[in-house]
Design a protein around this ligand. Structure first.
Ligand SMILES: *[C@@H]1O[C@H](CO)[C@@H](O)[C@H](O)[C@H]1NC(C)=O
Ligand SMILES: *[C@@H]1O[C@H](CO)[C@@H](O)[C@H](O)[C@H]1NC(C)=O
Ligand SMILES: *[C@@H]1O[C@H](CO)[C@@H](O)[C@H](O)[C@H]1NC(C)=O
Ligand SMILES: *[C@@H]1O[C@H](CO)[C@@H](O)[C@H](O)[C@H]1NC(C)=O
Ligand SMILES: *[C@@H]1O[C@H](CO)[C@@H](O)[C@H](O)[C@H]1NC(C)=O
Length: 513
């Protein structure tokens, strides 16, 4: 429990300027998307409940659960005060089934787990499969305890995407031939998503399949598991600040390799114009922050800005990269052209966000698929995503940019299950984090941080507005020769820094990764 409080607090202190602004300005405004089906089941609970974020969770004994199965029973977790849905579990030594009636279409399925020793049952004895009618295996011989230990988390959830034809049966089956094995689940969410958010529409020819000749298409008979959803260069975004689908977005720092420097540009004044992709694609903060390579052309030409994500071998992965150019200097096609590598293979030779988007401040995303084959005995390896400047004659500035990443594992003949522990790194939603601190304390901290940061941003914005040169010097070979006030960024400590890597308020070096 202590751990959680600590995580929660450190998360709050890490919140960047942007998220704070987002929180303060977008509260209560309509979401770009409203899911038609939105089921949140509090498994094992006898009463409907509301969580800290105000979401209602339905008790699972009233509907959905297959009552013919007499063996399953309810258990209350020993840790009192755990928020919904982790305080209760549905648990059984034999198979149990949930049946849902939903509208046909693609759905998010989120399974919430709090592996603890319920009553007399040892937490490390639980191994089970989760199957969904239609022939999908989401989990096989799955240990929530091993997974939680691997993630160093007390509670976590897994997210899947499945195209449902109207009826959804979900089977929890304890692994056979194992003494004392049992299956359990604390919470289940089923939520509609827009038809072609991730599934390829019928009239779409597909996207780049790295290292293969034919393009890739996400078909309705494929199940997906979300492994990573990252707001590059920005801070975590909680489910309630998503575009209406309750997705969580996490920071990118822990996935970045130490190959070279990077900076975190930010433009709080832009209001992204969704003229190319739908406005529900990702929350706007994703498009207001990014990571770029820095201002040294020579350095940039000699390294790749690289992120690495642990995945199971033997599966194809679906990678979505989000982009938005928002720096004043980058306004024309050809200004910033770069290469994209996925799993060390060129996936894009001339990425030019301005020409994809048709202008500055317009978000776009690009999809890729990559097969991560088996090599040797390793069950897991890293999937890398890297960016690198295009040859100097092709690009005005030798740099590269990335705003967001989503990575999904794609089912292999209906199967998504890997080895134990699963290569899953989706952390618990912020709204579900247990908190032993009184709520007002967190709120106070939060408000104080907002206050200080707002004042600081106001001052910095003024500074940037007044001192920024009005236009680029004609014929200038590169922005790196311009004044250090020509663009701003926020470093890891949340301070605004200028292009020479100094904080605008003092001369200390920016804490650039
Ligand atoms: C999102 O886009 C749709 C369709 O273009 C529009 O009707 C809606 O108002 C937009 N929602 C928000 C919150 O911007
Ligand atoms: C809980 O909510 C569900 C669906 O909203 C409703 O059908 C059920 O009657 C409620 N149960 C209780 C005990 O209030
Ligand atoms: C399930 O996993 C455990 C631990 O990894 C292993 O000991 C056991 O043999 C596995 N059971 C099955 C049925 O695969
Ligand atoms: C794989 O990536 C992780 C970060 O996601 C990193 O900590 C780890 O060192 C990488 N492992 C290898 C073998 O490169
Ligand atoms: C922020 O974006 C706006 C709109 O694209 C642009 O006019 C402005 O120059 C940008 N600000 C900075 C500091 O790059």
């Amino acid at each position: 429990m202590k751990n959680f409080t600590k995580r929660y607090v450190s998360l709050l202190t890490k919140l960047s300027i942007l998220t704070l602004f987002h929180f303060t300005f977008s509260d209560g405004s309509p979401k770009p998307y409203t899911p038609h089906d939105n089921i949140a089941l509090d498994c094992g609970s006898t009463a409907n409940k509301t969580d800290l974020s105000g979401r209602s969770w339905t008790a699972d004994n009233t509907i959905y659960l297959d009552h013919s199965d007499k063996v399953s029973f309810i258990s209350t977790s020993p840790t009192e005060g755990n928020p919904i849905p982790y305080a209760t579990a549905r648990l059984s030594r034999s198979q149990f089934t949930y049946s849902f009636s939903v509208t046909p279409g693609p759905k998010f399925i989120r399974l919430h787990f709090y592996p603890t020793s319920y009553q007399e049952l040892d937490r490390s004895n639980s191994f089970f499969d989760v199957h969904v009618g239609g022939g999908y295996t989401l989990l096989r011989n799955f240990s929530a305890a091993f997974t939680a230990d691997d993630l160093k988390l007390e509670v976590f959830y897994l997210e899947f995407c499945i195209y449902v034809d109207g009826k959804l049966d979900m089977l929890f089956s304890p692994s056979p031939n194992m003494l004392d094995s049992y299956a359990f689940v604390n919470g289940i969410e089923i939520m509609s998503m827009p038809d072609n958010l991730y599934y390829t529409s019928d009239d779409d020819t597909g996207f780049e399949f790295v290292n293969e000749v034919n393009p890739y298409r996400i078909l309705k008979n494929q199940a997906l598991q979300t492994l990573y959803r990252v707001n590059v260069g920005g801070s975590s975004i909680s489910p309630e600040d998503d575009t209406g689908m309750d997705r969580s977005w996490f920071e990118d720092g822990e996935y970045l390799t130490n190959g070279g420097p990077s900076v975190l540009p930010v433009n709080i004044s832009i209001n992204p114009r969704f003229s190319v992709i739908p406005n529900y694609s990702a929350p706007t903060p994703v498009y207001k922050t990014a990571r770029t390579m820095g201002t040294d052309k020579t350095v940039n030409e000699n390294y790749k800005l690289t992120w690495e994500f642990r995945v199971d071998v033997g599966f194809t992965y679906y990678v979505r990269l989000h982009f938005c150019e928002f720096q004043g200097e980058i306004s024309e096609p050809g200004d910033r052209v770069f290469q994209i590598y996925i799993d060390n293979i060129v996936a894009e030779r001339q990425a030019d966000v301005i020409s994809w988007a048709g202008g500055s401040g317009v978000p776009v995303y690009r999809d890729y698929a990559a097969m991560i084959g088996r090599a040797g005995k390793e069950m897991e390896r890293n999937l890398s995503i890297a960016v690198h400047p295009a040859p100097a004659w092709r690009t005005k500035y030798s740099d590269a940019i990335l705003n967001g990443v989503e990575i999904f594992k794609l089912s292999n003949e209906g199967n998504l299950a890997g080895s134990n522990p699963q290569g899953t790194h989706i952390s618990p939603p912020i709204k579900s984090l247990p908190s032993t601190r009184p709520k007002y304390k967190i709120r106070t901290t939060f408000l104080i941080v907002v206050g200080i940061v707002s004042a600081f941003v106001a001052v910095s914005a003024l500074y940037i507005l007044i001192l920024r040169p009005k236009s680029r010097v004609e014929g200038s070979p590169s922005w790196y020769e311009l004044s250090n006030k020509d663009y701003s960024s926020v470093d890891r400590s949340g301070k605004v820094c200028t292009s020479d890597g100094k904080h605008s308020k003092d001369t200390k070096e920016c804490d650039i990764l």
